[in-house]
Design a protein around this ligand. Sequence first.
Ligand code: UN1
Length: 542
Amino acid sequence: MVHVLGTGLEFIARENPNGKPSVRGYNIINGQLTSSSDGVTFESKNPALLEDCLGEFPLSTREDIHSALAAAHEAFTGWAATPAPTRGQIIGNMGRLLMEYKDDLVALETREIGKTLKESGGEIQEAIDTCLFFQSEGRRLYGQTVNSELPDKELFTYRRPLGVCGIINASNFPSAVPFWKMIPAIMCGNTCVWKSPQDAPLLSFALARIMHQAGLPDGVINLVHGKGSGAGQYLVDAVDEGLVNKISFTGSTEVGKMIGEVCGRNLVSCSLELGGKNPLVVMPSANLDNAVAGAYWGAFGTAGQRCTSLGNLIVHEGIYDEFMEKFMAKVKSTRIGDSSVYKDVLYGPMLSEKYAKDFMIGLDMVKSSGATQIWGQGEITTDNQPENFMGNPSDGVFMWPHVFTDVTEDMECFHEEIFGPAVTVVKAKDFDHALHLANASPYGLSSAIYTNDRLEAYRYKTGIKAGMTGINNSTTGAEAHLPFGGVKGSGNGTRESGIWVIEAYSYWHAVNDELSGKLQLAQMDVDEIEAVEAEVDWAQLA
Ligand code: UN1
């Protein structure tokens, strides 16, 4: 692990129960490792083994954020002037280094946020794929030539960088999502201040070190650690101070709306990827085993901590009993535990103690909504554990899988996201009712339908209000080159990934080149103007 983080790193004397070292982590500002201006730190803990501390990290102050922004401004002119293919080449180097360090990064991600090794592997791969995609995009970043309406004149469009981007991501996808944001940002010639998620500072630090090792010039990406209400807020405040040209945020709808307001009043562009209450519909023609597999994974994979996780499971009443029987058999067999110790667990701990606390509040909300709790008993403890729990539950923060039935549209739990392993099940009378229910929450991120009726699939695809839809597939599983994002309460319409994200990190610059050697007027009906002018008695008007 040490070689991923680079040389010159100090370790903190600490006895971790798994024998792993604790690291002194730093901000990276203008390529330099720095502590917070007041020396205050916070710890990152392994949520599967709370006594395992990964390290201490700067709790960044407003002054630190301003230093990072100054470095990003300083680096901007040089980076924007660097040829795009060269920028792409450095991004390609990042991808190749990530491949080299993949095993270490996967283990580190699992240790820091508790995802299973398989999922951490998939996520680091997504960061790699993003680098490889944008390496060659650096050789395109196309503009257009446009025909002029006038002779001897040429028109062009160019993509220009926006400037300094503030990047704020969540800890559930701490490697793929910041790469979704920063790789296109720097490919377009922007510079960044990256506020790492509070629960994944060591992984973020390792990724930022790799980016620099790949040849990224100092100041192009500046990493600052801290809390959302601290460092994150200072970065958003800097929009009001005129120091930020773009904010890209993944997190809650509540915080996203606040960021949207600050950016809106300053006319600063923002990309917002927010919450979801993603529906999955199961119709009678579906292959039920396939539908059970998709619903089960969507609800409980990653311990339900994806923004694309299944929220409302909408089951047609004709197959409700049969589906639920198969579904519950799977839920009851769920293997849970620390994936770095036990093989083949479906999910591990919550991302951190804070996520565990918030999930318990979410469960209370579902219960007070009036839903029927048919499975799950909150936090897993020594005296309260499901059959297939592996290990000692008091080592970390682990949750039961939860299933709530008899959910109806008028309940709060139908509308509100519960970030964790809990699914709310709703009965639908027919297709139209199912589609209505799928559209009835305030969110519109991901969605899915299981059906073998092609017309139903078509009507769902065209009738659903969501940024993403799976047909005979789960609600999760975005790929690195398809547009990712939502509508309604799930975002402001911006997209990440693929060629679409380039719109979010560049503006179009239209240039006209007049070669005729005289003033030619565009967008004027020249003959008519001349005729009108000839008739006007200018002396009389004056
Ligand atoms: C997120 O939860 O913020 O499609 C992103 C998926 C993942 C991305 C989720 N590839 O589920």
